[in-house]
Design a protein around this ligand. Structure first.
Ligand code: B12
Length: 417
């Protein structure tokens, strides 16, 4: 009898571990599907165009079902061949999930990440609101590989998270929710500590906080955190204090897609799973085989309307009050660029007009990041970076995608996170 009970419990646990029980979900209406296909094609096309090996794109592609099998193969092989030595916890976690979604072996990466997380020393409370983003990805990836071995790390993570008073970004809370939901769903029967209560309590804190950031139009945080937040709210076992209207969020996201707000392949990679009814929790369940969706022809989906070619003036200020007392500066320049130009063109024009405005960039998963201006460089150890603002409002896109309007005042401000 005891044996039968054990077997039943095991089956129940195994089923719990493999189901991403959608608490709230909604889908893209069939007539809007061409827009989503268009996004996927845009994201997949970026693979051949860039040398940057982006695991998030492979994850999204495999969750959605790749159209471009060549791109899928190319990215998988590049990831297998890439050197893991200098990867951060978050990058390693994304690599593991990407290779898993392509049904490849991840044994060596998993043991490196496991060790890194066993040695993880949470930063002091309130130190850095984004410090949990990478560790959240790490717990999510490790949970999918070996949830039992991840229990103590996830428990420390959940406790640290709850004791930190600083408000996290919606992006961070969303990934932490996915990670702890994965753990919650895979707690082995008969575990010593009461993990279910602990993870449940942490999840409640996280989803309540996410729900408080739902705007009246359904956007959660900003449009670029909404994809991850939708994934999180659709799988969490804890009900948020403020009810989430998935349909409303979906409607607004579709409107934003039609306005051309999802041009950055990385932004597509974070919204596409939700639009396809998937979440990062589905990564271990991707089936790899010869089957793939029929690629839509390029004309099948609408593209955003092109902008005009008249010139506009942009006011551009660079400000450093942080580094080196004798190095501080606050300079402004006016530049003229073609209407519809991205901010990067403004920065290039400013640099051409006046060498004080010289700048450097570095390639990242989100595209080019402004890493240095007038020889003052960002520094992760000192938590400094160049923040971009329009007036006093921080931009929600980077310089390679943001399109300033006529007489807009853009500031690059050297600051700390
Ligand atoms: C942490 C974080 C930062 C940190 C990164 C440094 C650090 N050591 O952690 C800091 C505070 C510096 C930062 C800066 C900015 N960020 Co930021 N950031 C994030 C966050 C929360 C997590 C990134 C991460 O760790 N990913 C996991 C690791 C494993 O991947 P990774 O590829 O190695 O991560 C690197 C890149 O993401 C890069 N990065 C971070 N933010 C941005 C933004 C842009 C435009 C670029 C090109 C690169 C970049 O820094 C990471 C660490 O090296 C994401 C949220 C998200 N949804 O992705 C937002 C996010 C990527 N950031 C965003 C934005 C808008 C910015 C800023 C433009 C804000 C501003 N107004 O200045 C600036 C960049 C300005 C510049 N100099 O070019 C947006 C991008 C949206 C978009 N469509 O482009 C996101 C999605 C947040 C959001 N929901 O709006 N960010």
């Amino acid at each position: 009898m005891a044996w039968i009970t054990f077997c039943l419990l095991y089956v129940f646990w195994a089923m719990a571990g493999t189901s991403t029980r959608a608490q709230s979900s909604c889908s893209v209406p069939p007539e809007e599907q061409p827009w989503i296909d268009g996004l996927q094609v845009l994201m997949e096309t970026s693979v051949a165009k860039s040398n940057f090996v982006n695991p998030s794109i492979l994850i999204a592609m495999n969750l959605a079902g790749p159209y471009n099998l060549e791109a899928q193969k190319l990215l998988t092989n590049k990831l297998i061949a890439s050197d893991n030595a200098d990867l951060t916890k978050g990058q390693l976690a994304l690599t593991i999930m990407a290779l898993t979604s392509s049904c490849r072996d991840t044994g060596s990466q998993v043991s490196i990440l496991q060790k890194k997380m066993e040695n993880w020393e949470p930063s002091s409370p309130g130190a850095d609101p984004s410090a949990f983003y990478g560790p959240s990805l790490a717990i999510l990836a490790l949970c999918q590989k070996n949830s039992e071995a991840t229990l103590p790390i996830a428990a420390l993570f959940a406790k640290t998270l709850m004791s930190d008073p600083s408000p996290f970004s919606v992006d961070t809370e969303a990934v932490a929710t996915l990670a702890l939901t994965c753990m919650y769903n895979r707690i082995p029967v008969g575990s010593e500590e009461n993990y279910r209560d602990l993870f449940g309590e942490a999840l409640k804190v996280l989803v309540d906080s996410i729900s408080l950031r739902i705007k009246s139009d359904g956007i959660i945080g900003d449009i670029y955190s909404t994809g991850l937040a939708m994934q999180a709210l659709s799988v969490t076992p804890e009900q948020p204090m403020k009810k989430w209207d998935c349909e409303k969020t979906m409607d607004t996201i579709l409107k934003e897609i039609k306005q051309g707000k999802f041009q950055n392949p990385m932004s597509i990679s974070q919204i596409l799973p939700t639009l396809k009814g998937k979440t990062y929790l589905d990564v271990p369940r991707v089936t790899c085989g010869p089957d793939h969706g029929v690629p839509p022809t390029v004309n099948d989906y609408p593209t955003p309307v092109p902008t005009s070619v008249s010139n506009i003036t942009v006011i551009y200020t660079i400000n450093n009050q942080l580094k080196g007392v004798d190095l501080t500066f606050h300079w402004t320049i006016e530049v003229s660029v073609k209407s519809g130009s991205v901010l990067l063109v403004v920065l290039e024009e400013a640099q051409r007009k006046d060498s004080k405005f010289k700048f450097e960039t570095k390639m990242t998963s989100w595209g080019l990041m402004i890493s240095s201006i007038n020889n003052i460089a960002e520094n992760a150890n000192q938590k400094t970076y160049w923040q971009l603002l329009s007036g006093k409002t921080p931009l929600n896109e980077g310089a390679a995608y943001y399109i300033p309007s006529n007489y807009e005042h853009i500031t690059a401000n050297f600051t700390q996170y």
